[in-house]
Design a binder for this molecule. Sequence first.
Ligand SMILES: *Cc1c(COP(=O)(O)O)cnc(C)c1O
Length: 369
Amino acid sequence: MEKKIYVTQSSMPPFEEYVEMIKPLWENRWLTNMGEYHKELEKELKKYLDVQEVSLMMNGHMALELALQVLDLPKGGEVITTPFTFISTTHAIVRNGLKPIFCDVKDDFTIDESKIEELITENTVAIVPVHVYGNICNVEEIDKIAYKYNLKVVYDAAHAFGEKYKGEGIGNFGDISIYSFHATKVYHTIEGGCVCTSSHDIYEKLYNLKNFGIRNEELVVSVGANAKMNEFQAAMGICNLRYINNNISLRKQIVKRYWEKLNKQYMRLNCYDDNLEPNYAYFPVVFENKIKRDKVYQALRDENIFARKYFYPITADAACFRNKYKNDLLEKARKFSDCILVLPLYSELKFEDVDRIAFIVNRVVEEID
Ligand SMILES: *Cc1c(COP(=O)(O)O)cnc(C)c1O
């Protein structure tokens, strides 16, 4: 059987290095509850992400849920968000008792800031934009709108690890940004995530939310869940952080190779904003129509190459949401969803495999034109 190529492959630190890291855990038996590695990783990430506060979480979804919860938004409040995202974004809004109001996207797949204002009502409480594929939202314009209408902004930056916009860590925009450190992401802690904020008060409240509201042996100050990151995760995070810059530069080379090899006459490739230091998290390709997209997807599958239809369907059309929330006026989001395919991209992907993938994609689109 031929080898399989998936859309991504988790990066791993050298085995011995990770083993050395976790060895002390057999001595001190401190496996979770804000241990040494948890503290160290929060400190290192503050530096790497160039943000003031980092609160580690067990995963990106809980980071997002607790980020919305910590803002104490009125129940039933409306949250303007994008349907062109992973389902987690919409779930986090709904699970906080808030109502998603879907806004269409732009050609760069992020929320169309020019359409936000017309969706604002007296019930609007927040905006939850997503930096899709590492493409950055129009953070300046969104900040202005939020200021004008007194709205909170929580960025889902799950795709944007390590990115800088005009030299500033992307996690500094809005009130809060969250990252995912899931095994499939550019940077991972197996499962994991974090919340970034410039507010120490929010950091302290998040600590309570992720740790049952427990401050010491006898003091429980508030109602909280359990969303702590454990020491094995944090140790993986510390190891992976040593290789992240190298991984991102390898990704960059692969993206460049795809650009050289794919026939751009028949598809649109993703461009980055000039002010962005990208992380090359994903390689999305937009085909002319759904039929072509689906044919390319199948042709790759037939060769054991598993590209992904991210994001298809849009979250507004998910079976659990489509009859509950307004989902019209999402023309672009739906069009991209029908025509997009994310091709394999990870630091260890070989140029010869990139060439093979590009050859198959080109063959299909050229054939049926
Ligand atoms: C991965 C992801 C999440 C959820 O993160 P997990 O760590 O898997 O819980 C949320 N939003 C987006 C856009 C994601 O890609």
